[in-house]
Write a protein that binds this ligand. Structure first.
Ligand SMILES: Cc1cc2nc3c(=O)[nH]c(=O)nc-3n(C[C@H](O)[C@H](O)[C@H](O)COP(=O)(O)O)c2cc1C
Length: 184
């Protein structure tokens, strides 16, 4: 079997991650995989912001500011926000950057951005690291979006938490082949 096909079938999310995160040429290769996502009219409808080391504190400050602006946040929820960005040694903020185009609606651009994230997920694991794609309330919070410098025509499609897996990968369930219809 081709190594890509084999690797994709083994992809799983890793919720527990530690250092190191990919760096140098490996990180560049992973990011470049995102750029090969199918992209109608080559609009490049995405932006990726890579936070690691001390820059994770910037992300924390933004999450905490978002929490403080909300009513009814208890100390437990605030503590969760304080530690959120440090759940992994690297967080890639994945943004869909929409452009007006007569033939490419937003929905297609969102799909492209999603494909780009999925390609990075697969590449991260193929390079021997682990990741998980998360969204949650922070992904749509207006304070987070403005804190990260998003424009009106952008939205967060996910936070990719990246690092070295802690523990074994989970068992992959049997693929339900009844979801596929193969005609001759
Ligand atoms: C757009 C998107 C958002 C997601 N948000 C979260 C999230 O906030 N928290 C979470 O635990 N899983 C989230 N997931 C699911 C995980 O990334 C993961 O795909 C799921 O747990 C299944 O595990 P697997 O990737 O190992 O099959 C999200 C997935 C997608 C595609």
């Amino acid at each position: 079997m081709n190594t890509v096909t084999e690797s994709l079938q083994k992809r799983v999310s890793f919720p527990r991650l530690t250092s190191p995160a990919p760096a140098g040429e490996t990180l560049t290769a992973i990011l470049k995989c995102a750029l090969r996502a199918p992209d109608h009219a080559l609009l490049r409808p995405w932006r990726f912001m890579v936070y690691q080391e001390s820059s994770l504190n910037q992300l924390t400050d933004i999450f905490v500011a978002a929490g403080e602006a909300q009513e009814n946040m208890d100390e437990l929820q605030m503590n969760k926000l304080r530690s959120m960005a440090h759940r992994a040694p690297m967080v890639i903020v994945c943004v869909a950057s929409y452009q007006d185009h007569p033939k490419v609606p937003r929905q297609e651009q969102l799909l492209s951005a999603g494909c780009a994230v999925a390609y990075m997920l697969a590449a991260i694991q193929a390079e021997g690291f682990g990741a998980i794609w998360r969204t949650g309330p922070m992904a749509t919070d207006p304070i987070v979006c403005s804190g990260l410098g998003l424009s009106e025509s952008e939205e967060i499609v996910g936070f990719l938490y990246v690092g070295t897996p802690l523990g074994d990968p989970k068992t992959i369930p049997e693929i339900p082949l009844d979801q596929f219809f193969v005609f001759k």
